[in-house]
Ligand binder design. Structure first.
Ligand code: DX5
Ligand code: ZN
Length: 240
């Protein structure tokens, strides 16, 4: 399986199904696919790394059967290295683990790549970039949490956008392959600030699934992301 090309899709929308109606998950995935999602973001939570339990391998497999879109699996679990192979087997295209619970991060990134998926590393709002300094050249995605992980529907923490700016500068000056994904509290009114700070991929959950018209929100996110990309990032890689 060739690894998905992340850079050709930027700026990319990666809607999270965490706040979708799980009684109608197929409808939710089809809506995302029909209205411009580039990835499907799946938030796996174990009730230990975060104070919430969401879903696991069966849901990833089910979503894999529903769509051809790349599956962006965000593991908010302890000991993620024990499960990366199973999530790739279930259909994950990108597997993102939290640096805070990955003492052997280089080995875990190698493991993800060995099994044909793209490797992401996630940072909680209070976690400094220094924690991923050594692994940065080897990852495909840096997932910068713009809320404290565990729940949808929270408010973006503005100070984290400074961390995104610093990460953007580091990736650009070292010409590294990693894309920056921001996750939490993203909506049409702040997606431009996220792109301007340097984000490439935008995760959004409740803004879409709590809306009266989710399709309209997806289109608003796309329009705003494109506007901001043209205004601030037009020299970046080939985002359309
Ligand atoms: C939170 C998850 C996020 C969240 C995004 O722990 O990682 O992906 O579901 O949802 P909103 O957009 O509602 O913050
Ligand atoms: Zn997430």
């Amino acid at each position: 399986m060739s690894m998905v090309d992340l850079r050709s899709r930027l700026p990319a929308l990666a809607p999270s199904i965490l706040d979708a109606d799980f009684a109608c998950l197929a409808d939710a995935v089809r809506l995302l696919e029909a209205h411009g999602a580039d990835f499907i973001h799946l938030d796996v939570m174990d009730g230990r790394f975060v104070p919430n339990i969401s879903f696991g391998l069966p849901v990833v497999s089910a979503v894999r059967r529903l769509t051809r879109l790349p599956l962006d699996v965000h593991l908010m679990i302890v000991e993620p290295e024990r499960y990366v192979e199973a999530f790739i087997e279930a259909g994950a295209t990108i597997v993102t683990v939290h640096a805070e619970v990955s003492p052997h991060l280089h080995r875990t990134v190698q493991l993800i790549h060995e099994h044909g998926a793209r490797a992401g590393v996630a940072l909680n709002p209070a976690t400094p970039l220094a924690l991923i300094e050594e692994i940065l050249p080897f990852v495909d995605v840096v997932l910068v949490m713009t809320v404290n992980p565990g729940f949808g529907g929270q408010t973006l923490i503005p100070s984290v956008l400074q961390k995104v700016r610093r990460l953007r500068a580091r990736i650009d000056e070292q010409r590294l392959p990693a894309v920056i994904e921001i996750d939490g509290g993203i909506k049409p009114s702040n997606v431009g600030a996220g792109i301007a700070a340097g984000a490439d991929v935008l995760v959004t959950g409740s803004a879409v699934f709590h809306a009266d018209d989710p399709a309209a929100v997806l289109h608003a996110l796309r329009t705003e992301a494109q506007r901001a990309w043209l205004a601030h990032r037009s020299g970046s890689s080939d985002g359309d």
